[in-house]
Design a protein around this ligand. Structure first.
Ligand code: EPU
Length: 425
């Protein structure tokens, strides 16, 4: 099993290019099920999750082929199978994104319920309710959600839940509604840039979608969608992670393809704590040369502060000059990194969905355990600045969402290497 060995204390310097967005690529790949012709995607990140989606699509009769790094061709060859089984769905929750396309195109979807994960319960009731509102019959058999509809009919529907909008539920309903009869209006739709990217992709395939990027999306159903050539947006969470890497090491880094307009809430908090962030076209230049100020952060749906950067920001605030507060409003239990950061000498106290961060002068390296993708990123960031050696175990979590992270950090001057041991300690 792979692990990272990091020796902290190196200031990062240089230029890093951001990869394509995982959370845009996954639903867009799933949307190829809707298309009659070939889809060619550029800027697809080479990640474990992308490979898992590829395997699932292959099982569902979609042929895939890579054409150099980042370019993926997808084409439906066989429409018989409509079943996403537990084996793949439990490995990757984003597998549920095939539900809307299968239902709309093949009139049937059988998708295993994902179950909980390290960051929370993560139900899929909004997905099922939204698709039912379009006319699908739904039931649960042996842990699979079974959806059927001879044809879907557009309607007005509300998609908000107890924690606000849902990114992948919006994606599922949006994809299904492209082929429904008549007009669908999704109220309380997710506004995340990844949903906007999906809608732009679908429009490039002939869909009639307006209002994406706002909480009210209107979809006028069409008879069919064709293929297209499309380029995935840069990953805003990876961008944010590199920005924090520069800040935490008091370095100076140019992040290429940064699309800062997708990260304004984070930029606002980083400037508040004293990080210098300059925009130069699509690049951002980050530097930080002094001890940071503390701050208060609450995670929210877009355009609020993203939950997917909460752990990384916590790593940074561990070293601020005073007490900070982070409140998690999307996944109130997404704090597996707290105990691990404390192993590195942080002073963190969790109270319900809030963590109080008492800034310390330094972190000290230790072996730590990655629990999920973003928590692992936070541990790597902490390791970059901790005194001595940090061993981050179970880095398969980080490989799900960051392409060759250790090589790219090493190119910026970090002392980080990937090692392997046959069995886990
Ligand atoms: N929720 C419900 N019912 C549902 C769906 C969601 O109550 O049917 C709740 C969730 O439990 C959560 C909130 O609504 O409290 C928002 O969850 P959402 O559905 O938006 O999350 P998701 O679509 O499953 C995507 C990203 C996550 C990211 C969240 C929030 C993908 C593939 N995943 O998940 O990304 O944290 O949105 O922004 O797009 C990651 O990349 O590390 C990651 C976990």
């Amino acid at each position: 099993m792979d692990y990272f060995r990091i020796v902290g204390g190196k200031r990062l310097r240089g230029t890093v290019e951001v990869s394509g967005a995982k959370n845009a690529a996954l639903p867009i790949m799933a949307a190829s099920i809707l298309c009659d012709g070939e889809v060619t995607l550029h800027n697809v990140p080479d990640l474990a999750d992308v490979r898992t989606m590829e395997t699932l699509l292959n099982q569902l009769g979609v042929s895939t082929s890579w054409d150099g790094p980042g370019t993926l061709h997808l084409k439906v060859e066989d429409e018989m199978n409509c079943h996403a089984d537990y084996e793949l769905v439990r490995r990757m929750r984003a597998s549920v994104c095939v539900m809307g396309p299968l239902l709309a195109k093949r009139h049937k979807a059988q998708v295993s319920m994902p179950g909980g994960c390290a960051i929370g319960d993560r139900p899929i009731d909004l997905h099922v309710n939204g698709l039912s509102a379009l006319g699908a019959d739904a039931d649960l058999v042996s842990g699979d959600v079974n959806l059927r509809a001879k044809h879907l009919v557009g309607t007005e529907l509300f998609l908000g839940g107890p924690f606000g909008s849902s990114v992948t539920a919006t994606a599922n309903v949006l994809m299904a509604a492209t082929l429904a009869d008549g007009r669908t209006v999704i109220e309380s739709a997710a506004c995340e840039p990844e949903v906007t990217d999906l809608a732009n992709f679908l429009n490039a395939c002939g869909a009639q979608i307006t209002g994406h990027g706002s909480p009210r999306i209107t979809i006028d159903g069409v008879k069919n969608l064709h293929g297209c050539v499309y380029s995935i947006i840069p990953d805003r969470i990876e961008t944010g992670t590199f920005i924090i890497a520069a800040a935490i090491t008091n370095g100076e880094v140019r992040v290429r393809s940064a699309r800062l307009e997708h990260l304004l809430a984070m930029v606002d908090r980083l400037r508040a704590v004293g990080v210098n962030i300059e925009r130069e076209g699509d690049d951002v230049v980050v530097s930080s040369a002094r001890r940071l100020e503390p701050t208060t952060i609450t995670t929210q749906p877009f355009p609020g502060f993203p939950t997917d950067l909460q752990a990384q920001m916590m790593a940074l605030l561990c070293l601020a000059d005073g007490n900070s507060i982070i409140t998690e409003k999307i996944y109130p239990d997404r704090f597996m990194h707290v105990a691990e950061l404390n192993r590195l000498g942080a002073h963190l106290r969790k109270e319900g969905p809030t963590v109080i961060i008492e800034g310390v002068k330094r972190l000290v390296g230790a072996p730590v355990m990655a629990s999920d993708l973003r928590a692992s990123a936070a541990l790597v960031l902490a390791g970059l600045v901790a005194k001595g050696e940090t061993l981050v175990n179970r880095v398969y979590h980080i490989d799900r969402g960051y392409e060759k992270i250790e090589r790219r950090l090493r190119a910026l001057g970090a002392d980080i290497e990937r090692l392997n041991r046959a069995t886990e300690d």
